[in-house]
Design a protein around this ligand. Sequence first.
Ligand code: SF4
Length: 419
Amino acid sequence: MSLDTAPGCRDAPVLKERGQHEVFCGLTSIIWLHRKMQDAFFLVVGSRTCAHLLQSAAGVMIFAEPRFGTAILEETDLAGMADAHDELDREVAKLLARRPDIRQLFLVGSCPSEVIKLDLARAAERLTKVHAPHVRVLNYSGSGIETTFTQGEDTCLAAMVPVLPEADPADLVVVGALPDVVEDQLLGLIRDLGIENVRALPARRADEDFGIGPATRFILAQPFLGETASALARRGAEHLPAPFPFGERGTTAWLRVLADEFGVSPERFDEVTAAPRARAQKAVAKARETLADRSIFFFPDSQLEIPLARFLTTECGMEAMEVGTPYLHRGLVGPDLDLLEAGQISEGQDVDRQLDRCRAAQPDLTVCGLGLANPLEREGLTTKWAIELVFTPVHGYEQAGDLAELFARPLRRREVLAL
Ligand code: SF4
């Protein structure tokens, strides 16, 4: 099937469900955001549960100087018997006195801070006045009431947009926290196309800020950044919708949108992309031997589901039985929907009903959260943890083979076990 002529799912009926769903909260995104922003500190204003979540999610890492922590709300705070704002100010002052390397401080809201309506926006404003210009204090919500785990990145980046300057606007901004090596590869390709003034959001350090304005165009590298896209549009920047850069074809289509927008000649485009395209095709072909003609079922989790299903069906020969996503943002994933053929697209979740559909479908591979994977494996289904797809470098040409391998590996393991 060709990328350009596939019938697509843009107008296909969507099954909308509003029942119980099983996903991590937005605090989880701190695990990859703190690696990306090297002078940032994430201070979760939450309970001991939030602290445990962060510690266990980051459990394998040992930090000499950790860059996230939890300001624990005690019972007296929750009962309104203490002034949580005063305590927060004291904790922040102690932290910043001890850690002069911190240039950006994020106050991250949680379920408890939201339930007691602790106004972190006001706290961030007040603390910015105290600690500027050395430290910028921002706030966003990572609460499980409001956010799924990838939405934590969206609310964080959306909070950063209003403080970006107006002067010296970038021509192009690539939006989404990618591992440094992947960001370097993609920005390198874009510069080789001749688009020089390109920047990444988030920048690695606060002093690498750049301007945003009506002359700026932006392209998303992650499909879960709807709020950030709206915040950039409010600053006058123009969104360039594109398929997401997964696999050889996805990456080529993503770059082609940029090439068309910035008037790059077809010759230059081919010259820049030919070698990495060939490498990516070769790497994907190896995993395709395992994946072709196998069926896949996505539970809604990371919001990467639509672009990943597009990659697996059009580049790896898989059949998508159901593609579930927590939210279907057609303005962001529309170009991937145009290229996707799937038995069913579903939005939101009613986990019991979806489990019934999955059991009835008996897919070769099921992509789901940690909580569902073990029971489904016990029932004989082969699973892939959705969260791994967020923690692993998977974007761009050089990672296309690794991305396909992530799906091929559980199928091979199951075959070996069956011998
Ligand atoms: S923010 Fe809410 S869902 Fe997340 S760890 Fe804290 S209490 Fe749990």
